[in-house]
Design a binder for this molecule. Structure first.
Ligand SMILES: [Zn+2]
Length: 257
């Protein structure tokens, strides 16, 4: 009953939002495949992005002025990973914090003697378990690197965290095999590790090798931003990600549940 009421209220709020197609196209300009989306998928994406704006609160980091343009671009990129999954996959947390540039994040470092030092490191994005997503606007608006996308990266962590820590093992669907997922991801990890060890170019950003959670998020960036490259080199990874995201970005097909 509560859920129905919430949807009714959201539909009414949605009907009151005035959004020009120019605003929308400006928001999605950072997504290189936007022009190829069929109209029904584009409409679905826009609907998800606007509902995202209604459900999440935006907060400024260090006084950054958050305009409608900032909000809409982040909402658009954040909802790309849930085109097939649906927005409820982002339930359970409420805030997006936006800084103008990379922000300093405190982190703990443990040395071999067990000593803990507290450092501050510049970050372009962070996703907290059951907490906010934190982003740097400068890194979101950077169009120079077509492979990477910090918003997709952080929101992939959020999906991964639906069953606990960001460990590269998000909740899989009934038509997926956990053993197959693990086998495919491990093989890709080992191939990346081998290339990195030999100073050879890696298919994805070597940052992915920081841990299994990072590996999943970096693969997700590649899956949405440059799916042809991923499918060409690692078709099995592409297939597993399509099954998870319930969406196939090359054929632009949504998978049934
Ligand atoms: Zn990450």
């Amino acid at each position: 009953m509560l859920k129905r009421w919430r949807h009714w209220r959201e539909d009414r709020q949605l009907a009151r939002i005035v959004l020009s197609q120019d605003q929308w196209h400006e928001a999605i300009a950072v997504y290189p495949r936007a022009d190829r989306l069929p109209p029904e998928l584009m409409a679905r994406w826009q609907d998800l992005a606007l509902r995202f704006l209604l459900r999440k609160q935006f907060h400024s980091g260090s006084g950054f002025v958050i305009t409608d343009q900032v909000r809409l671009r982040i909402a658009a990129l954040a909802t790309l990973p849930v085109l097939g999954l649906g927005l409820d996959w982002y339930n359970g947390w409420y805030s997006v914090v936006v800084y103008e540039t990379a922000f300093l994040s405190p982190f703990e470092e443990h040395d071999e003697n067990g000593l803990v030092s507290h450092e501050r490191e510049a970050r372009s994005g962070e996703a907290w378990l059951r907490g906010p997503v934190i982003l740097s606007w400068e890194d979101i608006s950077d169009l120079d690197d077509p492979d990477s996308n910090v918003v997709i990266h952080e929101f992939a962590h959020k999906l991964d965290m639906r069953n606990g820590d960001a460990d590269g093992y998000p909740p899989l669907h009934r038509d997926m095999s956990p053993a197959r997922w693990q086998q495919v991801m491990q093989a890709a990890w080992q191939a990346s590790q081998k290339a990195a060890d030999h100073n050879e170019p890696t298919l994805i950003d070597p940052y992915a090798l920081e841990g299994a959670g990072e590996f999943f998020s970096v693969l997700s960036e590649q899956f949405f931003m440059r799916p042809e490259i991923l499918r060409k080199h690692w078709p099995e990874v592409y297939e597993q990600l399509a099954l998870f995201y319930r969406y196939e970005p090359i054929s632009q097909l949504l998978y049934p549940w």
